[in-house]
Unconditional design. Sequence first.
Length: 497
Amino acid sequence: MTVTLPLWLFLPLAAFAALSLLRLALVPSVRWFFRARAERFLANLNARLKRPIQPLRLLDRNDMIVRLVHDPKVMQVVTDHAAEKGIPLLVAVEEARAYAREIVPGFSALVYFGFAVGLARRLSRLFYDIHAERVDQALEGVDPKATVVFVMNHRSNMDYVLVTWLVAGQSSLSYAVGEWARVWPLSWLFRAMGGYFIRRGGRNALYRRVLARYVQISAAEGATQAMFPEGGLSLDGRVGRAKLGLLNYLLAGQAENGGDVVFIPVGIAYDRVLEDRVLTGAAAKGQGDRPAGDRHFRIRPLAMLGFALRSLWQVIWRRFPGFGRAGVAFGPALSLAEFRMRVGDDPQALAEALMERIGAVVPLLPVPLVAAALVQGAQTRPQILQAVQDIMAALQAPDPATEALANKALRRLILRKIVVEKGDRLSVPDTKKPLLHFYAAGVRQRQETLGKVRGSENVDQIKQDDDGNRNADQPSGDAFHGNLVQTVNGPLGPVAE
């Protein structure tokens, strides 16, 4: 018996049969081939890394979401949330699942080390002359079983790019990323790099518990993390106060799990911050109905596109001047276990200790130094050089400033019309003063810190003199002062050319 099929029916049936055969016979072999290659890639990668990629980061994203949603502490808050809102338990579970999907990354070692690190290296070197300390020195003596958390001041969105590249030889980083990056393709890229997204303000107890448990589980499993305790970009150029949310979660998690968390302070500075005009504008007048100082920025796509095309054109014709120096320095590690033994479970004290250490290692770069000299009243090139040398001597910088270095930094400010030179006199237009103060702020903050240290030392010496207990064998006030300042300020990073 002959069965005749019309062509329009035969073609779909043949296609379905071919796909079924492909899935049953060929796909498993291909999947095994690529899985074997991926396993070899990870094995070779972990052999090179000082802190290998932890299994948690390689867990399938959907599996991690299930694990997070069904965590006992999350389920307890889910139950309370359902009772409080008067909603079915399954609805509350789905709400928790939505938060988990929003937070949990989908880490890809291939994207991170095969694409993102290379791109970060090229962008960093294209834009800046990089002056950075070796991260392996910062990790010396850190317990291999401890969870490492890099804590940084937040100067620019280039911070992600720069630190990702510098740390890539030691470990992969899992960043806490703000809402600004929740747009495609940035959201996909940050998730593939292991970044987890954080909402501003933490909407409710359920969201905060899901986020807290993700941070605590990651820390307990040893995943290396990076965070900006300030919670956003600095609007005034200073190292600001830390927000306590993530630090609270880490404190509670360490107390529960017992494994140590070691913080590595990172100080970052730039001769030019890419977002400087946006930041100073937000600090001065706010945007829309938002008050001054609000960190929600209105993005102008056309302006960004114009800047990118202009820079690309300069790169193509080899006329791109670059943005000067970018400096990165690492401070002494702080063990959370030791801190809790000395101070207790005090998140505010932990935040202050971390921000003090971060501020102490922010590098001194040429443009901020020249900006500080101008803010202090220097009006000629010789006055600027003298003021810069005085600042560096007071802050015990390891290298002296050179005239060529100061002139090069001043030229950058003149090209951007932040400084105007007429004859031998220098001036700053009123409209550019916020930018000048923005760049000078980091240096001025260091000077203020030094002044507080000296004031505290003088009070201590007066008390000692009044008590009559000074011993001839004790170090002099100047010697003690030098040691104290070195402890507070830490390494300043290279400054001279």
